[in-house]
Unconditional design. Structure first.
Lengths: 183, 181
């Protein structure tokens, strides 16, 4: 008898969806995501991602804010321990102010249910990414989400994450798509 | 031979707290009450928020968000559904410090918690202390499973005398795993 595995029916596994922490964001008082300049050039921001069932990721995607530069950047997916970069956009040029940008994961990648990390880095602090930030009463929202930050010295994300406490209340709008359609 | 069916559903997160899906996050979202600084309901009151773990997790400590003014001390712990405190899962009495900012305290040693249902307990020794909180209404929190116990700041071994919540105070209080937080 063949084994049938549940596969996610959602086409999108991103910050703000059920696969991240939407109730935490709501409860901690975030508003609509808005564009904000990247906090510091070459700063890597890493946020958790929680996948509920086996999922085939076809694209890495994020939503640009107001672009200035444009800078080089990278977005990548890591395993739970942060010791393996599972998929990456590669170092690309930020393109398309105010709209999503996506990079195809060649061949797609099958991800099991579990906890992961997504990382992003930009090469300047004048260009923007759409992001969530906290309410006035929760100045350090990132502490309750579990963000990690690292000064990387360049626009390439590391092969492994060096976890460190995050100072920026900055939750980038990024994630994975199960479709290979243009965003 | 039975087939292995892997688990589904959201894995328990790295930080699990009052606004998480595993606690009262959906209730808070439904109420649309927002979050703001407000005084703790009463001196030495202990509040118990129901949480669910789907995997074994090792928690390092507790983090919470202070409000616009601080006073007295804070305590937090984990209890099981019978009202028994989990061994080692308490931060003890901690002086509240830092306004409109998070504060955290580690357990004496990381605590391993198996899957199941528990309560995250939180208490203040001073009824003028403020915390970032949502206000959901006492009846709402009561039916959502929140418990309370007066004069129980010390969060000692047994909270079996707890009763259903009568106030709507839902503070931002989380258990955390990462030691680097």
């Amino acid at each position: 008898m063949p084994l049938t595995l549940p596969i996610l029916s959602s086409e999108n596994v991103s910050v703000g969806t059920q696969h991240s922490f939407p109730y935490d964001l709501q409860g901690l008082g975030v508003g609509q995501p808005a564009t904000a300049t990247w906090p510091a050039a070459n700063l890597g921001i890493f946020i958790p991602l929680y996948i509920r069932a086996p999922f085939v990721a076809q694209q890495i995607e994020w939503v640009n804010g107001t672009i200035v530069g444009p800078p080089s950047m990278e977005v990548a997916l890591y395993n739970e321990a942060g010791t393996s970069k599972l998929a990456t956009s590669g170092v690309v040029t930020q393109a398309g102010s105010g709209v999503p940008q996506a990079v195809t994961i060649t061949g797609g990648i099958i991800l099991g249910r579990g906890r992961y990390w997504m990382g992003m880095v930009l090469g300047n602090n004048t260009s923007g990414i759409m992001r969530f930030t906290g309410a006035a009463a929760v100045a350090d929202l990132q502490k309750f989400i579990g963000n990690s930050e690292t000064a990387l010295g360049g626009t390439a994300l590391p092969s492994t994450i060096t976890f460190a406490s995050a100072a920026q209340a900055y939750i980038p709008l990024m994630g994975l798509s199960g479709l290979s359609l243009a965003v | 031979m039975p087939l292995y069916q892997p688990p589904t559903g959201k894995p328990s997160p790295f930080l699990l707290g009052t606004f998480s899906e595993e606690c009262l996050g959906a209730a808070a979202a439904a109420s649309k009450s927002g979050v703001a600084s407000n005084v703790f309901p009463s001196t030495n009151l202990a509040l118990f928020f129901p949480i669910t773990l789907t995997e074994t997790r090792t928690f390092t400590g507790v983090i919470w968000e202070n409000g616009a003014s601080v006073a007295g001390n804070v305590n937090a712990a984990i209890y099981d559904t019978t009202g028994a405190a989990l061994t080692g899962a308490t931060i003890g009495s901690v002086a509240q410090a830092g306004t409109t900012i998070s504060q955290k305290k580690a357990f004496a040693a990381p605590v391993v918690v198996p899957p199941g249902k528990y309560f995250l307990a939180f208490s203040s020794s001073d009824g003028t202390a403020t915390f970032a909180r949502s206000s959901l209404g006492g009846a709402f929190l009561r039916v959502a499973g929140v418990r309370q116990l007066a004069n129980f700041f010390a969060l000692t071994a047994s909270a079996a005398a707890w009763v259903g919540a009568t106030n709507g105070f839902l503070p931002a209080v989380y258990l955390y795993e990462p030691s680097w937080l």
